[in-house]
Design a protein around this ligand. Structure first.
Ligand code: CP
Length: 323
């Protein structure tokens, strides 16, 4: 299949981004542009196109200092689908153990001829630091508890594909809001596109201060079930918590796990999302995760399309438009 079979249309002059560091910095028009291009790629992938060589000759490196299944694999796949070379960097076996800094590590890899650096790091702001120090495009694949912009974009694309719109919908983010970079990216993106957002979880993980981001907060999932269009079920991130935010996982599940009893109290057509990895029986039961309202695997498919759109917009769209 050739790239000519994919009609990506034009890219407006307003698109001037060199990096994707977060959704906080993007306008509603820029977010919509990424979603529109992702939609084109999703349809091309669904139509069986596996090679859309718009980035031939480009090289992307995955610089992951934290574990990943979905994000790293789908960035690699997205780059390869576009004809670019994709390189995986393994922090565990790298010279970081000899004292090399993250910036020096990234600069050395860039010196090998890299056009885009996809970075995940436990420290918020690491992608921003690299963007100040590298010539390449830098894409944030998750920086601590701060942002995970491509996860936010793929969640919003999944919502838009299901409902045909984002504006006017009520989306609840449920669970470990405090430690969730996915929550922050969802809030920035959804609010800009006109959705009403509720953050819901135990008071130890949801602060009233979240209202400053323009969202509603709730401590009781059962109180909001009948008025939400989308439930995005976030994992409890024990690895980022200094102390347990609730007495036991069982008690958390009793109050917040999305199960068939709670599902029966939601609106018809409720959309169940989870960024993954999911902990079955904690934030969602198996019957809901695998049930007809769940779009969890569709989110993963949309992730490849979103990452193709991001890579193309940052590295290839100007060449495409001017040629
Ligand atoms: N949702 C997400 O970021 O998954 P991974 O940690 O597996 O990349």
């Amino acid at each position: 299949m050739s790239a000519e079979l994919v009609d990506l249309g034009t890219v407006p002059e307003c698109w001037k981004q060199r990096h994707l560091l977060g959704l906080e910095q993007l306008s509603a028009d820029e977010i919509t542009l990424i979603l529109d291009k992702a939609e084109v790629f999703r349809r091309a992938l669904d139509g069986g196109q596996r090679r859309i060589p718009l980035l031939t000759g480009k090289t992307c490196v995955n610089l992951f200092f934290e574990n990943s299944t979905r994000t790293r694999t789908s960035f690699s796949l997205a780059a390869r689908r576009l004809g670019a070379d994709a390189i995986d960097f393994s922090a565990a076996t790298s010279s970081l153990s000899k004292g090399e800094t993250v910036i020096d590590t990234a600069k050395n890899i860039e010196a090998m001829g890299v056009d885009a650096v996809v970075v995940r790091h436990r420290t918020p702001g690491t992608p921003h630091l690299l963007a100040q120090n590298l010539r390449s495009s830098v894409i944030n694949a998750g920086d601590g508890t701060h942002e995970h912009p491509t996860q936010g974009l793929l969640d919003i694309l999944t919502i838009r594909r299901r409902f045909g719109r984002v504006a006017g919908l009520t989306v609840a983010l449920v669970g470990d809001i405090m430690h969730s970079r996915t929550a922050r990216s969802n809030i920035w993106g959804l609010r800009k596109l006109g959705a009403h957002v509720i953050v819901c979880g135990p008071s130890t993980l949801v602060s009233p201060r979240w209202r400053e981001l323009g969202v509603e907060y709730s401590y009781k999932l059962d109180d909001i079930l009948d008025r939400v269009d989308v439930l995005n079920l976030l994992r409890i991130q024990f690895e980022r918590q200094a102390t347990r935010p609730f007495p036991s996982v069982r008690e958390y599940a009793l109050l917040y796990a999305m199960d068939s009893r709670r599902l029966a109290r939601t609106k018809p057509g409720i959309l169940i999302l989870a960024p993954g990895p999911i902990n079955r029986g904690v934030e969602v039961t198996a019957e809901v995760a695998d049930g007809p309202q769940s779009a969890i695997l569709d989110q993963v498919s949309n992730g490849v399309a979103v990452r193709m759109a991001v890579l193309w917009l940052l590295m290839g769209s100007r060449k495409q438009v001017s040629s």
